[in-house]
Write a protein that binds this ligand. Structure first.
Ligand code: SF4
Ligand code: SF4
Length: 299
């Protein structure tokens, strides 16, 4: 291995769609790293709309903090209904309809543009809780998870809040939300590497292509883990070969893995040999990131 084992790589685990085994890989990788470097691993569940890493890790959560954003509050006595705030809002979170000014806090990004443009200072920014960050540990693994409040549609503030808990002294695994929309991009951005988990099916390939394009656009190197290998066709393998994307690991279609997952068990808890397989993936990623840092390039 070419980097300090106490080094501070941040590796995002993402997937173009849900149900590919992304969280299974993320949690198992964190456990594999912890087995090789006890006390050096951290996992952060960034899927704040549907967090489930805790189901596999069974952490002891000892702290929690609210996530708050600033949202507009309109003084209707001062407001002239000029409509400037609605025209300034890029998120359709405030509307002026005849004599009413409607605010949709679930859509609000807290950018402050409406208050800035209001000519009569009728808008005050007030704090509003949109989610919660909880933290603790699963054995020696540092564990962080976030939850977006039901009814809120903007996950980004909560994603940012959980990412603020990345510790520079730990190897961090980020379990990204599925898909390639803003919450996934917010999670992956700034990571040293992104593992894309996919299935060898036409749907898996289509979603993988979107995820690869997203990683390339935001400048994060990526490789692929094929889950349920042997269950579909070779489209994913051919695409990866054509695009020069490394297949880091193939997890076979195996009834024992599926049954263990349904019981809430990780890959390494079920079949300990995967601990070394995943540790090897981690070592390989550290080598690639180190090579990139020294200008030798990565695949
Ligand atoms: S910009 Fe200010 S005055 Fe104009 S409609 Fe909005 S809140 Fe009212
Ligand atoms: S703070 Fe920004 S997103 Fe929220 S209502 Fe005002 S302009 Fe729209």
């Amino acid at each position: 291995m070419s980097v300090d084992p106490n080094g501070q790589l941040t590796i995002a685990i993402a997937a173009g769609k849900g149900g590919t085994g992304k969280t299974l890989v993320a949690t198992s990788l964190a456990i594999a790293i912890d087995a090789h470097y006890p006390g050096c691993a951290q996992i952060i569940d960034c899927d704040v709309e549907e967090p489930n890493a805790h189901l596999l890790m069974q952490p002891e959560l000892t702290a929690q903090a609210p996530v708050e954003v600033l949202v507009p509050e309109v003084d209707l006595d001062t407001c002239t209904r000029c409509g400037a705030c609605a025209r300034a809002c890029q998120f359709s979170a405030i509307a002026v309809i005849r004599q009413a000014v409607l605010t949709f806090h679930g859509l609000c990004a807290g950018c402050g543009a409406c208050a800035y443009v209001c000519p009569v200072d009728a808008i005050t920014e007030v704090t509003r809780r949109v989610g919660t960050v909880k933290s603790g540990s699963a054995g020696e693994i540092d564990f962080v998870t976030g939850t977006l409040n039901v009814g809120d549609q903007r996950a980004t503030p909560v994603t940012k809040a959980v990412k603020d808990r990345i510790r520079d002294d730990l190897i961090t695994i980020l379990d990204a939300p599925p898909g390639t929309a803003c919450p996934m991009q917010e999670t992956v951005e700034g990571s040293d590497y992104c593992i894309l988990v996919t299935e060898p099916t036409p749907f898996g390939l289509s979603n993988l292509q979107d995820a690869v394009e997203t990683c390339r656009r935001i400048g994060v190197p990526c490789g692929v883990i094929i889950n349920r290998d042997g269950s579909g066709n070779d489209g994913v393998e051919r695409y990866c070969a054509q695009e020069g994307i490394e297949v880091l690991l193939r997890v076979p279609q195996d009834r024992r893995i599926a049954e263990a997952y349904s019981r809430g068990e990780t890959l390494v808890a079920t079949m300990p040999q995967w601990r070394d397989e995943l540790a090897t993936v981690y070592y390989h990623i550290t080598d690639m990131v180190a090579a990139q840092a020294t200008g030798e390039g990565v695949s």
